[in-house]
Design a protein around this ligand. Structure first.
Ligand SMILES: [Cu+2]
Length: 135
């Protein structure tokens, strides 16, 4: 019985190695992806929509169906990291575009931090984007 358990453990380990191996030979690397702002400026006020594009830098193509699991919008670039505003996903937009709605309560520079998973890739895309809110 001991040998049976051992071989089960061994085959489980081999499956684990195979999974790691195939991830290493994936066609693109998670570092090949980045978010870009469609518009680097917005207006001060309520319910402003921000659009970002996720692109594969090596192909220049938009990347649809990413899972954005982390968002933060605050005024860290103007020395107010504690001044965060609520940010929510907004439906619509082209494939590879992701829209958000937020209230910009103050004129100045805001930092949009995004964390996302790309279909078929291991790791996380992390981007920090500067948005200027103007009167
Ligand atoms: Cu502020």
């Amino acid at each position: 019985m001991k040998t049976f358990n051992f071989s089960r453990a061994l085959s489980a380990a081999l499956v684990g190695i195979a999974v790691i191996g195939s991830a290493g030979t994936a066609q693109a690397d998670i570092k090949d992806y980045e978010f870009n702002l469609v518009e680097p400026t917005t207006a001060v006020g309520k319910d402003k929509v921000i659009t970002v594009r996720l692109v594969n830098k090596t192909t220049g193509k938009p990347v649809p169906d990413a899972v954005i699991f982390a968002t933060r919008l605050d005024m860290a670039p103007d020395g107010m990291p504690e001044m965060a505003t609520k940010i929510a996903r907004e439906p619509g937009g082209e494939p590879g575009s992701y829209r958000f709605k937020a209230t910009f309560g103050m004129e100045g520079r805001w930092l949009l931090s995004l964390g996302a998973k790309v279909q078929g890739e291991t790791g996380t895309v992390e981007s920090k984007l500067l948005i200027t809110a103007q009167k």
